[in-house]
Design a protein around this ligand. Structure first.
Ligand code: SAH
Ligand code: SF4
Ligand code: F3S
Length: 469
């Protein structure tokens, strides 16, 4: 699961004056964003309404990420701030319940309460359907740690998506179809925090997608730590892969755009590649992390493919869908990485050409094999490699964005812009596009001409070219 989308705070549904309020703060990847919404919905059924700030919250829920050391440490500094806030509220005779969910919760369990006694409950990602019971015990004064992997399916037990909440969240939505990971890359905590791979059944996914479409959602992004390893029994009794599922979802009225993330190179099968050729609704953008361009390092990472396997795969995908843009994740400074290995990564990046990328210094994670490998790379070497890698990736991103200048693109209008009179939408390749509000209304897909490019967004001419939907 990648962390590449900048997660903006969700707009909370306005709270009535006397309802109990919950503030949910989300760290990490899109799957956590999805989970936070499902948790907020479950708490909604329990009488809580979401609030946009911790200041007036009766409960604060941190949905955390364990992927790198920095991500995990953020939680403890936030808990320090929350302790002060809670003490202030107590001085006013009010309470504030504090809960930790997500991957740090799963990885550290009761250790969190030992280190930060302000925490009232800890709940792991597989047990969110038990949240109302956990909260009620915590409100009764117990310290609760709920990180057992539930055998029952959390998705089945969670209440359905609430239509009002979905509407309030806008015209794009995430939908988790697969969770967990069996791949055990030697740097990665996900198989330990999210458990073994589980695919949701077709019927459940289709029903949820329909409800989203009925609530005005136009674009759905299917999520999974290995989303393209998703497989499930279809209504025909046969085993479906992600390509087949996408074909089914493309038939749903109102769902005009489909995306999926994060894919593993080893799970890109022919049917999925052909879906990119056949489905207009499937956006021409694919996040396909490779991590390194050195076969030696790929092997040590347990990625189970070579750099040339990846090059060939990219060729096949581009043959099926020539306008597809690729994004990826890279790790520099994995144990044993030499200058020559790093050069192999730079070469792979030059060969492939990315529209967008996310790159990280290797962070040894407790309990993963990488953390115990000899030959850890010095911090200053990692920093220098990251700098030159990012310079190359920035150049590629700028070249991709500049290539869109002057072109007419279909843009899904998502929300008001920063300035009055603006609307912001997304291009097929995920860039924000700033448009004049007279081009259409939120939820429309309009063709606009790109007249300017800034660092991270595209600016459209202030006239609509032609309405496509
Ligand atoms: N399932 C996805 C990625 C999940 S984690 C895949 O297989 O590609 C998201 C990204 O975080 C990874 O792609 C990797 O680039 C980065 N990452 C994961 N563990 C890391 C670590 N220990 N140090 C630095 N970056 C890491
Ligand atoms: Fe982590 Fe590898 Fe699984 Fe991705 S495939 S979640 S990087 S173990
Ligand atoms: Fe996502 Fe971070 Fe967990 S990337 S799966 S929230 S460790």
């Amino acid at each position: 699961m990648n962390e590449f989308v900048k997660i903006e705070d969700r707009e909370a549904v306005p709270a009535s004056a006397n309802a109990r309020k919950v503030f949910v703060k989300t760290y990490g990847c899109q799957m956590n964003v999805y989970d936070s919404q499902r948790m907020a919905d479950a708490l909604g059924a329990d009488g809580y309404v979401e609030t946009a700030s911790p200041d007036d919250a009766d409960m604060v829920l941190l949905n955390t990420c364990h992927i790198r050391e920095k991500a995990a440490e953020k939680v403890y500094s936030e808990l320090g701030r929350l302790r002060k806030l809670r003490d202030m509220r107590r001085a006013d005779g009010r309470e504030m319940l504090i809960g930790v969910a997500g991957c740090v919760a799963q990885a550290e369990g009761e250790e969190i309460i030992r280190r930060a006694p302000v925490v009232d409950f800890v709940i792991g990602p597989q047990t969110y359907h038990r949240l109302p019971q956990v909260v009620s015990r915590a409100r009764g004064g117990d310290k609760v740690v709920e990180t057992d992997y539930a055998i029952e399916d959390k998705f089945e037990k969670l209440p359905e998506r609430d239509e009002k909440q979905v509407r309030a969240r806008g015209v794009t939505a995430f939908l988790t179809v697969q969770e967990g990971c069996d791949k055990f890359c030697t740097f990665c905590v996900v198989p330990y925090t999210r458990g073994a791979e589980v695919s949701r059944p077709v019927s459940q996914i289709v029903a949820e997608a329909r409800r989203l479409a009925e609530a005005g959602v136009r674009e759905v992004t299917l999520l999974g730590q290995n989303v393209n390893a998703w497989h499930g029994e279809g209504p025909d009794g046969g085993e479906w892969g992600l390509g087949r599922l996408l074909r089914e979802l493309a038939e749903i009225d109102g769902l005009d755009r489909l995306r999926y993330t994060t894919s593993h190179p080893r799970d890109m099968d022919d049917d999925l590649i052909e879906a990119h050729r056949d489905l207009g609704a499937l956006m021409p953008y694919l996040h396909l992390p490779v991590q390194s361009g050195s076969d030696r390092i790929l092997k040590a990472m347990n990625r189970k493919h070579t750099a040339d396997d990846y090059r060939r795969l990219v060729d096949r995908i581009r043959a099926a869908r020539p306008d597809i843009a690729l994004s990826g994740d890279f790790i520099v400074g994995f144990p044993g990485e030499t200058d020559a290995d790093f050069e192999d990564t730079m070469r792979l990046i030059r060969d492939v050409g990315y529209a967008q990328t996310f790159s990280f210094k290797y962070s040894p994670r407790p309990g993963t094999p990488g953390a115990d490998m000899g030959d850890q790379v010095a911090e200053d070497v990692k920093s220098a490699r990251l700098l030159s890698l990012q310079a190359l990736l920035d150049q590629q991103q700028a070249a991709f964005m500049n290539g869109l200048c002057g072109r007419t693109l279909p843009v899904l209008l998502e929300k008001p812009g920063r300035e009055p009179g603006q609307l912001v939408g997304r291009s097929p390749w995920l860039q924000p596009v700033v448009c004049d509000e007279n081009v259409g209304k939120i939820g429309d897909i309009v063709d606009v001409r790109i007249s300017k490019v800034s660092a991270n967004s595209l600016i459209a001419d202030n006239r609509e070219v032609e309405q496509t939907a």
